[in-house]
Design a protein around this ligand. Structure first.
Ligand SMILES: C[S@@+](CC[C@H](N)C(=O)[O-])C[C@H]1O[C@@H](n2cnc3c(N)ncnc32)[C@H](O)[C@@H]1O
Length: 245
């Protein structure tokens, strides 16, 4: 059984979109993962096919109705295997590589995409949806956020990426950002590739890469560095020196 993604959206025609290309697109055509985009509007019950209404308490914009969204979630649950059900929202837990890895190891995911001001909170609670954010900024809809989440999961599915090792070394996999990459020409516009990378000495290359990954993480993401070295937070971790392992 392949990894199954079900998207609940007002714009099913947006899918697969970018996920129909490159690695994800090939994997979709090869049946490594499956995609179903369900139109939330199909569950509207009135003759205007309304899916939203004005916010209780007043204010701008519209809110997706709980009854319509609930019926759409019910259809998604009935259609496929039991899977985690998530809602994309800026109020959610920030998406992490750890969560992505866990989702990729499971049977798939049901992703609810909001629009307008958002979704009535009661259906989020009633269905026990996991609230996920892709960052501290506001998109106009959950579809691009769902695509980000799917892309991150799909590339980890068995057989999607060429070299299995690449997922083990890349950013976040060991709590660090990745080291910098270089390719030919070895000299370009007066800039040389670090000589150690041309030395053929595998142990030294590994050491250099680890040191660069640590330096970049310390400089750019003190929050990640502090997680790796909680005792050093506020002391050596921030002054450019590696903390004791
Ligand atoms: C215009 S936004 C609603 C923003 C909401 N009123 C707020 O201030 O939190 C419409 C939809 O886009 C999606 N969305 C926007 N930003 C997002 C983010 N950073 N992560 C995940 N989903 C997001 C959500 O599905 C949301 O319901």
């Amino acid at each position: 059984m392949s990894w199954q993604a079900t998207i609940l959206t007002l714009f099913p025609e947006m899918f697969p979109g970018p996920l129909g290309h490159s690695l994800a697109g090939r994997a979709l055509r090869d049946g490594v993962w499956g995609l179903e985009a369900i139109d939330i509007r199909g569950f509207a019950t009135d003759r205007h096919r309304s899916v939203d209404d004005t916010p209780c308490g007043g204010g701008a914009g519209m809110v997706l109705r709980p009854d319509v969204v609930d019926a759409a979630i019910g259809a998604a649950l009935a259609a496929g295997p039991a899977r985690p059900a998530l809602v994309m929202t800026p109020r959610g837990v920030p998406l992490s590589q750890t969560r992505v890895r866990a989702l990729a190891e499971g049977p798939g995911a049901i992703l609810l995409c909001g629009r307008f001001e958002g979704i009535d909170q009661r259906v989020i609670e009633a269905r026990g949806l996991e609230e996920i954010s892709i960052g501290d900024y506001v998109l106009s809809g959950g579809e691009p956020a769902a695509m980000v989440l799917l892309d991150a999961c799909i590339r980890l599915l068995p057989g999607v990426m060429g070299a299995a090792a690449s997922a083990e070394e890349e950013s976040f996999s060991q709590g660090l950002l990745e080291y910098p990459h270089y390719t030919r020409p070895t000299e370009w516009q007066g800039r040389a590739v670090p000589p150690v990378l041309l030395s053929g000495h595998h142990a030294e290359i590994a050491r250099w890469r680890r040191a660069e990954a640590e330096r970049i993480t310390r400089e750019r993401r003190p929050d990640l560095w502090a997680k790796l070295h909680p005792d050093a937070a506020g002391a050596g971790a921030m002054d450019g020196r590696p903390a004791a392992a």
